[in-house]
Design a protein around this ligand. Structure first.
Ligand SMILES: NC(=O)c1ccc[n+]([C@@H]2O[C@H](COP(=O)([O-])OP(=O)(O)OC[C@H]3O[C@@H](n4cnc5c(N)ncnc54)[C@H](OP(=O)(O)O)[C@@H]3O)[C@@H](O)[C@H]2O)c1
Length: 419
C-alpha cells in the first residue's frame, strides 16, 4: 500500500453523485488519518463550501485541507486566449490552486449527458483529454487516475440487455461495435492507456449499476433523489408529516412505479459511499488495482430486487410500499398511483415551495427525470454484476443495499431537499 504523505487528491465532478462522496470520504479520513493531507475539489456549477454539506472543519485527527475550485467547465470551448483546452485548463488550475503542480491522485467523476450519443462520446473524451493534458503541462507527479464506467458499458441500453448475467468484466470486450461507439468508456480506456505509457502513473475503471447517494446540488441521474422527492411529496399529500407521530387511520399505500418484471429483475446497486471507498482504496494500491483494470462494484455480492427494496424505502416515509398497479386497473382511487414519479413531482413540487423548501425544486434531477422513471418500466431483465474480481482485490466491504438509500434520505432531509 502507498503511504506517502505528499498525496494531493484532485476530485473532478465533485458536485456529482460519486465525486461528492469521494470528497466526503477523504475529509472523513478514509482510509486512515493522514492518507491525504490535501484535497482539491473541482466543480462545474458554482457551489459554496457552506452549501456543500462536507465536513469542512479541521480536526486534530489529521483531516485533510480542502480547496474548493468551483465553476470550472472542463470543455474549455475556446473561451480562453488560446482555444487550446489543456493549456487553458492548466492556466485556470495554476491561477486557482497554488500547488496545482503537486496533484498525485486524480478521481475523474465527470460526465455530461447529451441526446446525440456520438456527440456525447466526443465531448466527454475532450474533457478527459483536457484534464490529462493539463496535468502533463503542470508536471504533476501523478500516481493514479480513477474513472467510473457503468452497466451501459455491458449493453444494458439494448432492450433485454446484451449479455447473460452475472455480468463479468471481460464481457466489455465483446460489445457489438455499433453499440460500443455510443459509449465513452472504451474511448477513456484507450486514451488513458496511451497517456500513461512510459509514465509513473497508472489507472483503473470502476463499473457501477445504479448509484445510490447524496448530492447537495441535485444530480441528473440520482435515482435516490428522484424517488425520495416522489415518496416525500406523496407522503405529505396523504397527511404524513415526518415530525408528527400521529398516523392517518388507514395505512397509506404506494405501489412500485413500474411493472412486475422490473420489480423482480435482479441487479447490483451500490451506495456512492462504497464506490468512493473503493475508488480511494484502488488508487492507493496501484500494483493490485492499476494497469487499466476494470472492477465491478456493488454493496453486496447477493443481487437485489426492487421487490425487496421498495417496501423498505416507502416505510421510511411512513407508507406501505406495494407491488406495481397493473395499467389496466380501472379503480379511480388508483389514479394517482399510476402517475410516474417524474410527473408526480412536476405536478406537486409547489408543495415544497409552499413550505419554504426552495432548494428541493432548484436541486432536483431535472432532465434526468424521464430516464429515471424508465428504471421501473424498461429495466425488466436481470443485470446483476459478478463481484468476484472486486473481492479478489481485497475490498470486502459488504453491506445491506438499503442502508445507502436510507442514509441518502437522511442527508436529503437535512439539506432541505425533501420533507
Ligand atoms: N448515476 C448513476 O446511477 C450511474 C450509474 C452507473 C454509471 N454512472 C456513471 O458514472 C459517471 C458519473 O455519473 P454521476 O451519476 O456521478 O453523474 P453526476 O452526478 O451528474 O456527476 C457528473 C459530474 O460531472 C460534472 N460535469 C458535467 N459537465 C461538466 C463540465 N462541462 N465541466 C466540469 N464538470 C462537469 C457535473 O458537474 P455539474 O453538475 O456541476 O455540471 C457533475 O459533478 C458517468 O460516467 C455515469 O455514466 C452513473
Amino acid at each position: 500500500m502507498d503511504s506517502s504523505q505528499s498525496n494531493h487528491a484532485l476530485v473532478l465532478g465533485a458536485s456529482g453523485l460519486i465525486g461528492w462522496s469521494v470528497v466526503n470520504q477523504l475529509l472523513s479520513n478514509y482510509p486512515m488519518p493522514g492518507s491525504f493531507p490535501r484535497v482539491t475539489a473541482l466543480t462545474n456549477r458554482p457551489v459554496g463550501l457552506e452549501e456543500s454539506c462536507w465536513p469542512t472543519e479541521r480536526l486534530s485527527t489529521g483531516r485533510p485541507s480542502l480547496r474548493l475550485v468551483s465553476g470550472v467547465d472542463l470543455r474549455c470551448d475556446g473561451r480562453g486566449d488560446s482555444g487550446n483546452g489543456p493549456q487553458e485548463l492548466a492556466k485556470t488550475l495554476l491561477e486557482r490552486v497554488e500547488d496545482a503542480h503537486t496533484f498525485t491522485h486524480v478521481y475523474y467523476f465527470v460526465f455530461t449527458s447529451l441526446q446525440d450519443h456520438l456527440e456525447e462520446v466526443a465531448v466527454n473524451k475532450r474533457m478527459l483529454e483536457n484534464v490529462i493534458g493539463a496535468l502533463e503541462i503542470l508536471g504533476a507527479p501523478l500516481k493514479f487516475v480513477v474513472f467510473p464506467g457503468g452497466t451501459r458499458g455491458y449493453g444494458i441500453y439494448t432492450p433485454g440487455g446484451t449479455f447473460t448475467p452475472p455480468l463479468a468484466e471481460d464481457m466489455v470486450n465483446n460489445l457489438p461495435p455499433d453499440y460500443a461507439k455510443t459509449v465513452v468508456y472504451p474511448v477513456f480506456r484507450e486514451l488513458l492507456t496511451k497517456a500513461c505509457q512510459g509514465k509513473s502513473w497508472t489507472w483503473c475503471e470502476i463499473c457501477p449499476d445504479a448509484i445510490i447517494g447524496f448530492t447537495p446540488n441535485g444530480s441528473q441521474f440520482s435515482l435516490a433523489l428522484h424517488w425520495a422527492q416522489y415518496l416525500s411529496l406523496y407522503a405529505h399529500n396523504h397527511g404524513l408529516r415526518p415530525q408528527e407521530t400521529e398516523r392517518p387511520a388507514a395505512p397509506v399505500t404506494i405501489p412500485f412505479p413500474g411493472n412486475e418484471a422490473a420489480y423482480d429483475s435482479k441487479f447490483t446497486p451500490v451506495s456512492a459511499k462504497t464506490l468512493a471507498c473503493f475508488a480511494i482504496h484502488a488508487s492507493m494500491d496501484p500494483n493490485n488495482c492499476g494497469g487499466g483494470r476494470l472492477f465491478n462494484i456493488g454493496d453486496s455480492v447477493k443481487p437485489a430486487k426492487f421487490r425487496e427494496i421498495w417496501p423498505r424505502l416507502a416505510a421510511w416515509f411512513g407508507m406501505e410500499g406495494t407491488s406495481p398497479v397493473a395499467p389496466s386497473a380501472d379503480d379511480a382511487s388508483n389514479d394517482d398511483k399510476k402517475v410516474m414519479p417524474g410527473q408526480y413531482i412536476a405536478q406537486h413540487q409547489d408543495v415544497f415551495l409552499g413550505k419554504g423548501l426552495h432548494r428541493a425544486v432548484k436541486a432536483g434531477v431535472g432532465a434526468g427525470s424521464s430516464q429515471l422513471d424508465s428504471v421501473g418500466t424498461w429495466l425488466t431483465f436481470d443485470r446483476q454484476l459478478s463481484l468476484k474480481k472486486l473481492r479478489d482485490s481485497g475490498f470486502n466491504e459488504e453491506k445491506d443495499p438499503v442502508d445507502g438509500w436510507l442514509e441518502s434520505f437522511e442527508a436529503f432531509r437535512k439539506a432541505g431537499l425533501i420533507f
